[in-house]
Design a protein around this ligand. Structure first.
Ligand SMILES: C[S@@+](CC[C@H](N)C(=O)[O-])C[C@H]1O[C@@H](n2cnc3c(N)ncnc32)[C@H](O)[C@@H]1O
Length: 243
């Protein structure tokens, strides 16, 4: 009665770990998150080539809303469906994009399972997180020496983001590209000089990837290149890599 949660990386199937591939190849039931009914699951598309012909795939809906109360019903229902599949003695895998520990639907499923389905044993397989795929693609370091790094969801309270920005050297913004412009406008008030590096990417490691490296001065007052949820922005106060 064991459930595997597998982190399947940022989108490029070659960024799956060997362990992830082995578990996915053996899976009889694969659960994957999607934002709405009928929308293909990104996580599922990453692993498709490794699935057994007989494997059953199930997309579970996790709506894109910040309302915890309505989300909680989905978490409960989805966790129950997964637990029932594991109890039927099948080899069951739950997939997440990137790594399961970072802003993933798995976090809520895991909590539900631990609280309400104690009989289910769990193994978590880490995945390449989008911010490290981003750093590799941008050939950019995220921190050195005594520098501090913050990981920030851009779609929440801007005042809180500003407080964090004030005391960190590198800011990694996820969730989501449509909020990056308003964050950029705030950075100079949080101690980021005109010369600070700003790197922005959309759809890292998959078709249509966009990657733009700039200075803060060139970004302020302009429209950024990202319009999608699947975007990352990194802002660095110290510009050691400057030529
Ligand atoms: C729900 S979080 C999941 C993060 C994931 N667990 C990870 O480890 O990267 C979704 C956010 O991750 C980022 N993301 C994930 N994959 C991405 C990709 N291929 N390109 C750009 N951003 C990505 C975006 O910031 C997106 O809004």
């Amino acid at each position: 009665m064991k459930l595997f949660c597998v982190g399947c990386g940022p989108g490029d199937p070659e960024l799956l770990t060997v362990k992830a591939v082995n578990i996915i190849k053996a899976a009889e039931v694969i659960f994957a998150p999607t934002a709405r009914d009928g929308k293909p699951s990104i996580a599922l598309s990453v692993v498709e080539r490794h699935l057994k012909k007989s494997a059953r795939t199930v997309s579970l809906v996790f709506p894109m809303t910040k309302e915890r109360e309505s989300l909680s019903d989905y978490w409960k229902r989805n966790a129950l469906e997964i637990a029932d599949a594991v109890r039927s003695d099948k080899k069951v895998v739950y997939l997440t994009v990137g790594d399961p520990a970072l802003y993933s639907t798995w976090i809520y499923i895991h909590r539900e399972l631990v609280c309400n389905h104690e009989d289910i044993e769990i193994e978590i397989v880490p995945g390449v997180t989008s911010m490290f795929a981003f750093a590799a693609q941008a050939k950019m370091s995220l921190a050195e020496g005594d520098e501090t790094v913050a990981i920030i969801p851009a779609c929440y309270d801007l005042n809180r983001i500003k407080k964090v920005a004030n005391c960190c050297d590198t800011l990694i913004f996820l969730k989501d590209g449509r909020y990056f412009d308003r964050v950029i406008e705030m950075l100079s008030e949080a101690g980021f000089g005109d010369d600070s590096s700003i790197a922005i990417a959309q759809d890292i490691s998959v078709e249509g990837e966009i990657l733009k490296m700039s200075k803060l001065r060139d970004m302020v007052g302009t429209k950024g290149p990202t319009e999608k949820y699947f975007s990352i922005m990194v802002a660095k106060k110290n510009n050691h890599d400057r030529k």
